[in-house]
Design a protein around this ligand. Structure first.
Ligand code: 9MR
Length: 747
C-alpha cells in the first residue's frame, strides 16, 4: 500500500538520515536501478512472500502482517522471506521497507545466501516501533547470485507481538534477466506414451516451411520408421511456426525417440498399460485433499499429516462454524470434505462439479462393464475393505460435506446451501492444514450452491442406492428440498467482491445450474416436475458447446451429457444424443485444425484460468460421443488431447506430476510445498496443474511472463497461483478421461 499519510513520510525522512549512518562502511550513495523485489506493496495479496509455519501472513489491510508467537529462542525461529532475488557482484543496492511492531521489538533484516552457510550480504537490526518507520540501507554485493534471499528474522521473543511490513524494495543491480523457459528439443511428443493402436502424432517447432524427413528410433537407436513432416504454418496458441508428424508404427516398446530437423524428442513408450496407473493416481489425489481427518502415512507414504480444521489449536476448526457477521445466527458442523485447491477453503459450487465428475466416472464404468477397475480396495483408502467401490467412498467423503452445508429446517433460507466456508483472511505458504490459525466463516447462501447440492445429491441418491439405502434416501430428500428452495430464491448470487481469505466463485447466471439439477433429479426419479423443468429450459435446445469448454460456472453441459448417456424417458432423447455428437464434431474440427491437436481454441486466442481442465472437459464431450456412436474418430480425439497434457505442447512438458520426463511438480499448495520447504512433499503423482492462463493474475507470472502467447502463459512455480494451482475440479476430468482411455486398452 502506498502511504498517503504525511506524518509517516516525515518520520521516514528523519529516520532515513539516522540510518544512513548505519549503512555498511564504504558503500556508495543510494543506488538507482531496477526493482528486484516482487510484490513489495501488498496491494493485491502477498505472493511470493513466504513464512515459517508458525506465522500466518495476512495482507488484507494492504500491508503484510503476522502475529509472531512468543516462546521462540532464535531470530530464525520465525521468518518472513522472499527467494530468488538476483544479485550482481560489485553492484550497489538500496534496501528499503516500512515496518511496525506492536509492542515495539528489534527485528533482523537480511539479504543472504538461501542455504547453508547463509552468508549475509546485508544484515540490519531495525528497531521497530508501534507507529512505524521507514528504513533504508545500502550495500554492495560481493557475489553474483541468481537466488539471494530477503529474510526478516523475527523469532526469539518470549512474548507474542505483531509485525507489519510494507513498501519493501531492493533497487539496483542489473535489469532482472528475461525469463526464458527451457523447452528442450523442438520435437514435441507425448512423453508418457502412445497407445499401440491409437493415433501417434507429434509437433515439430521449426523455421522450415517445407516438409522435412523424420525418423522414429527405438531404444537401441535403430531407425524403425521414417516419413515426411506436414507444414502447418504459425500456430496462434504458441506463436511458433510448426509442422506435424503422424506415425503409423505398431510395435510395443520403451525408450523410442523421434528425430526431425536435427532434433531428438524426449523419450516415449508405445504400449497399452500406462493409463491404468493414471486411472488410480488421478483419484488417489483426493484422499490427501481431505479435511477433518488425519492422513494415514501408511496409505500415502510421505503424505501423512494430522487432521486439519477439527478444532485442535491453533485451528479454530470446522466443527462449529459461525456465519460471517450479519449472515446468520446459528453455527454449523461443516467438518470434512476436500480442500478446494492449494488453499484451505471449501466451496460448494466447486465441490459440486468435482464430486459429480467422480460419480459420473463411476456411472460410466458401471454402464460399460468396467466397474471392477474402481472396485473396493483399488485406491488405498481408510474405507478400503468396506465392500463399496473405492471411487464411491471418496465421492461420499465430499458429498457428506455438501449435505452439511444445507441450511437446517426452521432457519431463514432453510434448504438452501451456504456458498462456501473458508478462512477470514488469506494465509501464506507453506501452511499445513492443522496449523491454520484463521477463524473459519460460513458465507451467505447462494442459488448456485443450492443447485449444486440438488444435482449431486440427486445423483448420489441413485449411485449409492445399492450400497447404502439410508444414505441414498438422505440425499434424495436433500436434493428435493434444495431444488424447491432454489426455485423460491432463484437469484441469490454470490458476491464477486467476496474474495478475502478464499475465492469468490461468483456466478450471476444460474439457468445452467437449474438445468443440470433438473436433469439429475429427473434421471433419478423420472418425475414430471423435473422433466417439465428440463423441457422448459431454453438451455435444453440451445447450442451450449462453447469453445471455452465447461467448468464449475458453466454446468448446462453436465445436464446435457447426463441426459444423453444415462437411461431416461425424455421424449426428445434422440435429439439430445445427437446434440452431444454435434458438439463433439465441433471440438473435433477444432482439434484437427490445431497443430498441437487439442479441442480448445478459445475466441480472442486467450486461455482461461485452469485451461487444462477446459481442454479435458472438451475431451469429455468427445468421449461421450464415442460412447454414443462407437466411432473411432472421437476416441482418437481424446487420445490426442492426452498427448498435449503429457508433453506435446509449446513448453514440452507434462502437466501431470510424475508422468513424463519433465512434468509440473511445484503446483501452488500450502502443504505440498517442497519448493519452499524441503521437509514437505511435492504434490502427489497424478496431480494436474491448471496450466496456461493468458490473464496471468499473480505477481510471479506477471514478472516473468508479460506478453506471453497463450501456451507460454505458464510457470511451474509454487507462487504462480493463476497458472499453476492444483484443484479438486481440475483433477476430476483428468480422472474421468484417464478411466476412459484406460478402458480403450490398446487403443
Ligand atoms: O478456478 C477458478 C477460476 O475459474 C476463476 O477464474 C478464479 C478467480 O475467481 O478462481 C479459480 O478458483 C480458485 C478459487 O477462487 C480459490 N481456490 C483455488 C481456485 C483455483 O485457482
Amino acid at each position: 500500500m502506498t502511504s498517503s499519510n504525511p506524518w509517516r513520510r516525515r518520520i521516514a525522512a528523519v529516520t532515513g538520515l539516522v540510518l544512513a549512518a548505519t549503512t555498511l562502511a564504504g558503500a556508495p550513495a543510494a543506488a538507482e536501478g531496477p526493482e528486484q523485489i516482487v510484490n513489495g506493496t501488498f496491494d493485491n495479496g502477498h505472493a511470493p512472500w513466504w513464512a515459517t509455519g508458525n506465522l500466518t501472513l495476512d495482507s488484507s489491510s494492504g500491508q503484510l502482517c503476522a502475529d509472531v508467537p512468543g516462546g521462540t529462542v532464535n531470530p530464525w525461529d520465525a521468518i518472513i522471506g522472499q527467494d530468488n532475488i538476483p544479485l550482481v557482484a560489485g553492484e550497489t543496492y538500496e534496501f528499503r521497507f516500512f515496518g511496525t511492531a506492536t509492542p515495539a521489538r528489534v527485528g533482523k533484516a537480511l539479504i543472504q545466501l538461501p542455504v547453508d552457510p547463509y552468508t549475509q550480504y546485508l544484515s540490519a537490526t531495525p528497531e521497530l516501533s508501534v507507529s512505524g518507520n521507514d528504513y533504508t540501507y545500502t550495500f554492495t554485493s560481493p557475489v553474483d547470485l541468481p537466488n539471494a534471499q530477503v529474510a526478516f528474522q523475527i523469532g526469539g521473543s518470549a512474548t507474542a507481538w505483531r509485525i507489519c511490513l510494507d513498501n519493501i524494495s531492493l533497487q539496483g543491480g542489473a535489469e532482472p534477466e528475461e525469463y526464458v523457459p527451457d523447452t528442450g528439443p523442438r520435437v514435441r511428443v507425448n512423453q508418457v506414451g502412445y497407445l499401440l493402436h491409437g493415433p501417434k502424432n507429434a509437433t515439430l517447432v521449426t523455421d522450415a516451411t517445407t516438409p522435412l524427413p523424420w525418423q522414429l528410433k527405438n531404444a537401441t537407436g535403430a531407425v524403425v520408421a521414417r516419413g515426411k513432416t506436414t507444414p502447418r504454418g504459425v500456430d496462434a496458441s504458441s506463436g511458433q511456426n510448426v509442422q506435424t508428424i503422424s506415425l503409423s508404427y505398431g510395435r510395443k516398446g520403451t525408450g523410442y525417440t523421434l528425430v526431425a530437423d536435427g532434433e531428438t524428442s524426449r523419450p516415449f513408450d508405445i504400449g497399452t498399460d500406462f493409463y491404468e496407473q493414471l486411472r488410480l493416481d488421478a483419484l488417489k489425489f483426493y484422499y490427501t485433499q481431505r479435511s477433518g481427518v488425519a492422513i494415514d502415512d501408511a496409505l500415502r507414504p510421505g503424505y501423512g499429516r494430522p487432521a486439519g480444521h477439527v478444532g485442535v489449536a491453533p485451528n479454530l476448526g470446522d466443527t462449529d462454524v459461525p456465519c460471517q457477521p450479519g449472515v446468520c445466527d446459528y453455527r454449523l458442523d461443516v467438518a470434512g470434505g476436500w480442500y478446494d485447491a492449494g488453499d484451505h477453503g471449501k466451496y460448494v459450487v466447486n465441490g459440486g462439479i468435482s464430486v459429480h465428475q467422480l460419480m459420473s466416472e463411476y456411472e460410466r464404468s458401471a454402464h460399460t462393464g468396467q466397474v471392477r477397475t474402481l472396485r473396493d480396495g483399488t485406491l488405498a483408502l481408510p474405507e478400503s475393505g468396506n465392500r463399496v467401490p473405492d471411487i464411491l467412498d471418496e465421492a461420499r467423503f465430499e458429498q457428506e460435506f455438501l449435505l452439511k452445508m444445507q441450511v437446517p429446517a426452521g432457519q431463514p433460507y432453510a434448504g438452501m446451501a451456504h456458498h462456501k466456508i473458508h478462512d477470514a483472511a488469506w494465509t501464506g505458504l507453506p501452511l499445513l492444514p492443522h496449523l491454520d490459525p484463521q477463524p473459519r466463516e460460513l458465507h451467505r447462501v447462494s442459488t448456485a450452491a443450492t443447485l449444486n447440492l440438488a444435482a449431486t445429491a440427486a445423483q448420489a441418491a441413485r449411485v449409492f442406492k445399492p450400497y447404502d439405502k439410508g444414505f441414498a434416501a438422505r440425499n434424495l430428500a436433500a436434493a428435493r428440498t434444495a431444488f424447491a428452495a432454489a426455485k423460491t430464491n432463484p437469484a441469490l448470487y454470490a458476491d464477486p467482491a467476496d474474495g478475502v481469505g478464499g475465492g469468490a466463485y461468483n456466478d450471476d447466471d444460474v439457468s445452467d445450474e437449474f438445468y443440470w439439477a433438473a436433469a439429475e433429479l429427473y434421471i433419478t426419479t423420472g418425475e414430471r416436475e423435473y422433466r417439465d423443468a428440463i423441457l422448459a429450459s431454453p438451455l435444453h435446445t440451445a447450442d451450449i458447446w462453447r469453445d471455452r469448454g465447461f467448468d464449475w460456472g458453466h454446468t448446462a453441459q453436465l445436464g446435457r451429457l447426463e441426459l444423453a448417456t444415462l437411461p431416461n424417458k425424455l421424449p426428445d432423447r434422440s435429439r439430445v444424443r445427437a446434440s452431444v455428437v454435434a458438439g463433439a464434431d465441433r471440438y473435433l474440427a477444432t482439434a484437427r485444425a490445431h497443430p498441437y491437436g487439442i479441442p480448445y481454441a478459445p475466441a480472442e486466442n486467450t486461455y482461461d484460468w485452469g485451461s487444462n481442465n477446459l481442454v479435458l472437459n472438451n475431451a469429455v464431450v468427445l468421449a461421450a460421443a464415442y460412447d454414443l456412436t462407437g466411432r473411432d474418430r472421437y476416441r482418437d480425439g481424446v487420445l490426442e488431447t492426452m498427448d498435449y497434457v503429457f508433453g506435446r505442447n509449446a513448453l514440452n512438458q507434462s502437466y501431470v506430476t510424475g508422468y513424463g520426463e519433465v512434468a509440473s511438480h511445484n503446483q501452488h499448495s500450502r502443504w505440498y510445498a517442497r519448493q519452499l520447504n524441503p521437509d514437505l512433499p511435492n504434490p502427489p503423482r497424478g496431480t494436474l496443474s491448471g496450466g496456461p492462463n493468458s490473464s496471468i493474475q499473480d505477481p510471479v507470472a506477471q514478472q516473468k511472463l508479460q506478453g506471453c502467447a497463450p501456451q507460454f502463459c505458464y510457470i511451474d512455480d509454487i507462487e504462480s497461483w493463476s497458472t499453476n494451482e492444483l484443484t479438486i475440479n481440475w483433477n476430476a476430468p483428468l480422472a474421468w478421461i484417464a478411466a476412459f482411455v484406460a478402458d480403450q486398452d490398446q487403443g
